[in-house]
Design a protein around this ligand. Structure first.
Ligand code: ADP
Ligand code: DP6
Ligand code: CO
Length: 358
């Protein structure tokens, strides 16, 4: 039993000391990959600190990297943010400026910044762009502002941008600890971070079926808030999710991909049940989603280990063995009716690029 092929990339983000090249006018570039939760994060207990109600567990992917550059702009009166070549506005801009305010406060450096970020994953489509996006931003901004953080510190920082980003700081499989409820603010903040999960050799793949790359109508943030506030199914799911996590950790340790897959699928379907029962309902699952789920069920009847999970969007990720991923991808491609299908393995944690980037 090891930490997994890339689960051990804990130190991917080295503790480099304060601003090696720090000070005004400097910059940094970081890369991070999306992660897909097998035990979902759905529901906050603290909106401001982004503290979740339950622990969650994910696999960071080796596809769809986000690259983010942060440069300090000491003369500027406001932050300039460019996402995918276009100036960010509205909620996307507000989230990034709020995040930079937190970094500025921690670093005691007042300067505004120029942020340029490029996602290769569709943004806002339920493919975890907020995870790769804020993990990359956390790593780049921490360096640009001269904040010296451990991997745990970076995970806590990334969490403040988007909860799922706490897990993309790490490669391979990671668990995000909710931390103990009812503590004072400082203790609660310190207690909620991600870390690598020990796994046996699973040789897993996630086949990603992009049935709709467009942005969701309701953000993950708004949807989970409404679910917690109004869904009668929320508490039962949260309670069952705690058991799911315990059982999944054991299955990961003994390398039992079948049990990992079965738990992942039921945990995701349960999460969607909670939002379908919200008032008004939140429904991300589309007809094409269900067609892919039928194909996954057929694969299982044909003796192929394949289990589906869906996030806040219609796209489907199918967990399977790497050796069977081509077969799974072919079946899913047929069902996905023209949608792109990608095969992902466990990927690396967030990291700085060498000076100059790229
Ligand atoms: P997703 O399923 O893609 O994670 P979310 O609703 O969780 O969707 O989050 C989408 C939001 O995440 C975007 O509207 C934007 O505010 C933020 N986001 C996405 N990519 C980036 C990025 N590269 N840098 C900063 N913020 C990002
Ligand atoms: C369904 O991390 O995107 O993908 O913390 O409000 O930014 P915020 O939400 P986000 O929620 C992810 C929800 C999910 C499940 C998961 O990734 O665990
Ligand atoms: Co997200």
């Amino acid at each position: 039993i090891g930490a997994g092929a890339v689960g051990g990339v804990v130190g991917a983000v080295p503790d480099t000391g304060t601003g090696a090249d720090g000070g005004a006018g400097t910059g940094a570039v970081a890369v991070a990959h999306p992660n897909i939760a097998l035990i979902k994060y759905w529901g906050k207990r603290d909106e401001h600190l982004v503290l979740p109600r339950t622990d969650s567990l994910s696999m960071t992917l080796d596809i769809f990297p986000t690259t983010t550059r942060v440069r300090l702009a000491p003369e500027a009166g406001r932050d300039v943010v460019v996402l995918g070549g276009r100036p960010a506005e509205g909620e996307a801009l507000r989230r990034i400026v709020t995040f930079l305010d937190l970094v500025r406060h921690s670093a005691r450096v007042p300067h505004r910044a120029v942020v340029e970020s490029h996602n290769t994953v569709p943004t806002g489509a339920g493919l975890a762009s907020s995870a790769s996006g804020f993990a990359a931003l956390a790593v780049a901004a921490a360096r640009a502002y001269g904040l010296s953080l451990t991997a745990t510190g970076l995970s806590r920082l990334a969490r403040r941008g988007s909860g799922s980003a706490s897990r993309s700081v790490f490669g391979g499989f990671a668990v995000w600890h909710a931390g103990r409820p009812g503590q004072d603010t400082k203790a609660a903040d310190l207690g909620s971070y991600a870390e690598p999960v020990p796994v046996a050799d699973l040789d897993p793949a996630l086949v990603v079926a992009v049935v709709d790359a467009g942005p969701k109508a309701v953000s993950s943030r708004a949807a989970m808030r409404r679910t917690v506030d109004t869904s009668p199914l929320y508490e039962p799911w949260a309670a069952s999710s705690r058991d799911d996590l315990t059982q999944m950790r054991a299955a990961l340790l003994r390398g039992d991909l079948q049990v990992v897959g079965e738990i992942a699928e039921r945990n995701a379907l349960g999460m969607h049940a909670t939002m379908l029962a919200a008032r008004p309902a939140v429904r991300y699952l589309a007809p094409a989603t269900l067609t892919v789920l039928d194909a996954v069920a057929q694969l299982r009847r044909d003796g192929v280990g394949a289990w589906a999970t869906m996030d806040a969007g219609p796209n489907v990720k199918v967990l399977c063995r790497r050796l069977e991923a081509d077969r799974v991808a072919a079946a899913v491609r047929e069902a996905a009716a023209g949608g792109a299908v990608h095969i992902a393995g466990p990927g690396p944690g967030a990291r700085l690029l060498p000076e100059g980037g790229r």
